[in-house]
Design a protein around this ligand. Sequence first.
Ligand SMILES: Nc1ncnc2c1ncn2[C@@H]1O[C@H](COP(=O)(O)OP(=O)(O)OP(=O)(O)O)[C@@H](O)[C@H]1O
Ligand SMILES: [Mg+2]
Length: 271
Amino acid sequence: MSETTHKSPYALEVRGLTRKFGSRTVLSDISFKLKHGEILVIMGGSGCGKSTLLRHIIGSLKPNAGEIFIDGTEITKLDDAEMAKVRKRFGMLFQSGALFNSMTVGENVALPILESSDVAPHIADLVVKLKLELVGLTGFEHLKPAQISGGMKKRVGMARALALDPDLLFCDEPTSGLDPVMTAVIDTLTVDLTKKLGLSAVVVSHDMTSCFRIATQMIFLFEGKIVASGTPEEIRANPNPILRQFINGEADGPIPLKLSKDDYLKRLIES
Ligand SMILES: Nc1ncnc2c1ncn2[C@@H]1O[C@H](COP(=O)(O)OP(=O)(O)OP(=O)(O)O)[C@@H](O)[C@H]1O
Ligand SMILES: [Mg+2]
């Protein structure tokens, strides 16, 4: 929470992170810093390495080279028990939502609280009510995930990510599959909660509107490398042709596809 005394001016720092799967380099020499209270958006096309980078930051994967500092603590060499302690300061909203369908909304949010401490069930119930109120879902605790909409599921995921009062919130594609209005609701919630609770956040997204709405800092990944980084204004003004093609959503440009748009149309006509 905001009252925490920080060890470092940076909530997160990544230095020279490189990761290979077999002979394929999926992340190459990634370095960036995130100050406390900021929202970093990691953007880039499908398969460029966004989720893999996030998995390294939360300590689920170990890099081949490089270092990751969480508020000044280097985590890549920690053992499982030490990593579990650091992870208590994280909240994670997964790409798929990852709610348990057999459990109610309230039980899903209570899960990390009951798993991590000796909290009495009635206290856990209170915390659940509070977190659901934060995401605008007061009174929904008795419903099952199948009975609520996709946007509400994302908000339940957010309430669960906030259950243990994290310092750092990680969200992987929090708005994928949502309509533009619900996307705006989730984006606003992310910004408001980050401010209200004094969190820092790392959000992975390929939705450009969302990225520019929430970010205070941005990095753009392409084939496992950072090709552009900076504030939203700096990114908007960055002339990198790969970034420009991505932001403008154009079919033709330096991002390699198997066929160009013209070749594709020609083949369609000829076939
Ligand atoms: N455990 C693994 N073993 C081998 N290859 C992997 C593994 N995890 C990820 N990869 C590869 O790393 C690359 C990056 O994957 P990643 O999931 O990080 O992409 P992404 O940017 O999150 O894509 P999306 O936007 O589709 O979610 C992909 O080519 C993927 O096949
Ligand atoms: Mg991903």
